[in-house]
Design a protein around this ligand. Structure first.
Ligand SMILES: Cc1cc2nc3c(=O)[nH]c(=O)nc-3n(C[C@H](O)[C@H](O)[C@H](O)COP(=O)(O)OP(=O)(O)OC[C@H]3O[C@@H](n4cnc5c(N)ncnc54)[C@H](O)[C@@H]3O)c2cc1C
Length: 497
């Protein structure tokens, strides 16, 4: 027998737990369940275990709007898990979560206006079935516990240990060892300083450089407000607003004056590493600032490790692995006892779930997204895909409020299903791939483009990276608009609020 819920949430990461909070607050009486493949909540912060694991967003905006963050802005995974644990406890979300339930299939029946979801209980290997009216996809964007590992020649000859940062386990030794970290993103920039001074030496091996920002792990306005003994609710809200305002201004400056921003970022690094350091070679990316996420390095610890000689950066390409390390294209051999591949993700398109609509397999690439959240031809489903330039959670909360409003609207209308469809005025609109490469182009997204839904040229039919506009646009969406098609509605004249 399938168990039935009004809403089924996929994943108990920051998005899924936030979704449950919003349902509790805005849709009392709505039954929901969260199915989570892992043994515990936290998603990213539960599965990543590598040394130094921390956020690179501030927790005032990565944390929820409704739960003040009271610690330093850049937080460890453990601190984030504790915070999420408090949210779960304070809002009685725990009993709604079924852990170790990996969803494999989801099929929509138009006749019943229901999703049937099959999940495998990873403890017992049994399959369980659930039905739900609305499927709320909070599954994140990459496969947990299985990072992207390029195929290098000679790996079998390597006598040391090779591990992907996403698959790091606590028993991996690095003290006193020669470590090479392959990669230049936020994870590599976290692992290198965490190991510097403990390992014999840490080398960050990158094919191409990344932009970094540095700063104190503190936010002045939060400190000031606390000195004035303001309530944490006020500290949180004011600090959030200030951060969001400054981020929007910074993004605008990146777009309007990329050369000035580049000069600012690189000048800072030159100052930290000294005038003789080759910043041009190791820290000057070929792309405009903001086409990929700019990693934040709190207290400049990465650069302090390099300046102290505990760590170094090599910008080169891997020719092959050899017995004692990595042979580079330049002919140099980087000796290594341990190689950590921090080489990115394998995208998990919609939780790697096999979807079908009325018995027909669903190819997401044939759908067009409505604001990166709903999809043409896919009823009663919303997807959370957060921001990359701003904190992910800012978007997951916008989507949560939208989903709650939609469910209430459907209830008021007596509608059994909602689906988005291109309007007459959208006919003939050019349909493009998911991401505008000019705007944002990380490699894992590029690899996944053939599997991702597509977008139109109008804003409504795109996933944008623009919180500053979306924070006003999402609450203003008219649910009576002609892009929304309802089935089974008894009334169609209900106000959208
Ligand atoms: C190391 C690291 C650091 C990051 N730091 C930041 C940061 O500082 N700021 C920022 O904005 N973003 C950051 N990100 C991006 C980050 O992933 C998101 O911000 C956020 O944590 C995603 O939350 P989520 O709940 O949407 O997804 P996730 O954290 O990915 O959680 C999704 C959950 O869904 C579960 N799930 C997936 N598929 C299924 C299925 N089929 N069945 C059952 N369960 C399923 C997974 O097990 C997982 O627990 C970081 C990412 C990484 C990898």
């Amino acid at each position: 027998m399938a168990e039935h819920f009004d809403v089924l949430i996929v994943g108990a990461g920051i998005s899924g737990v936030g979704a449950a909070y919003y349902l509790n607050q805005h849709n009392p009486g709505t039954s929901y369940v969260i199915l989570e493949a892992e043994k515990s909540y936290g998603g990213t912060w539960w599965t990543h275990r590598y040394p130094g694991i921390r956020s690179d967003s501030d927790l005032h905006t990565f944390g929820y709007s409704f739960k003040p963050w009271v610690g330093p802005p850049i937080a460890t995974a453990e601190e984030i898990l504790n915070y999420m644990g408090d949210v779960i406890k304070e809002n009685d979300i725990g009993p709604h979560i079924h852990y170790r339930h990996k969803i494999t299939d989801a099929s929509w029946s138009s006749a019943d206006a229901l999703w049937t979801v099959t999940a495998k209980n990873l403890e017992t290997d049994e399959s369980r079935q659930f039905t739900c009216n609305f499927l709320y996809m909070c599954q994140g964007y990459y496969r947990h516990n299985q990072g992207y590992m390029p195929e290098w020649d000679g790996v079998a000859d390597f006598k040391g240990q090779l591990v992907h940062s996403e698959e790091w386990t606590d028993d991996t030794e690095y003290a006193g060892k020669n470590v090479v970290v392959i990669g230049s993103g936020a994870s590599a920039a976290t692992i290198v300083p965490a190991m510097a001074g403990v390992a014999k030496h840490v080398t960050m091996l990158q094919r191409s450089p990344t932009y970094f920002r540095t700063g104190r792990n503190a936010i002045e306005i939060a400190e000031e407000l606390r000195t004035l003994q303001m309530d944490e609710e006020i500290v949180h809200e004011v600090t959030r607003r200030k951060i969001m305002y400054e981020q929007a201004a910074f993004t605008e400056m990146c777009i309007k004056k990329p050369d000035a921003v580049k000069k600012l970022l690189l000048g800072n690094i030159q100052e930290l590493l000294g005038p003789d350091y080759d910043v041009e070679k190791h820290f000057t990316p070929s792309y405009r600032p903001w086409r990929q996420r700019i990693a934040f390095v709190p207290d400049a610890d990465l650069f302090k490790g390099i300046a102290a000689g505990h760590a170094s950066v090599v910008t080169d390409e891997i020719d092959r692995f050899v017995e004692n390390g990595i042979l580079l294209k330049s002919g140099e051999v980087l000796e290594a006892d341990l190689v950590v591949a921090s080489t990115g993700f394998n995208m998990n398109i919609m939780g790697d779930i096999a979807f079908s609509i009325d018995g027909k397999a669903l190819d997401w690439h044939n759908t067009v997204t409505y604001r990166g959240t709903m999809f043409t031809g896919v009823p009663n489903l919303a997807w959370v895909f957060g921001y990359f330039r701003a904190s992910w959670t800012l978007r997951s909360e916008l989507v949560a409020a939208f989903v709650c409003r939609t469910l209430n609207h459907m209830k008021a209308m007596g509608a059994k299903s909602i689906e988005v469809a291109l309007r007459p005025e959208d006919q003939g609109m050019e349909i493009l791939d998911w991401m505008d490469e000019e705007d944002f182009n990380p490699h894992y997204l590029e690899r996944a483009v053939p599997l991702l839904p597509r977008r139109g040229t109008k804003r409504d039919w795109q996933h944008t990276q623009d919180y500053w506009r979306e924070k006003d646009e999402f609450p203003a969406i008219d649910l009576n608009g002609s892009e929304f098609v309802y089935q089974g509605a008894k009334r169609s004249d209900i106000a959208a609020e």
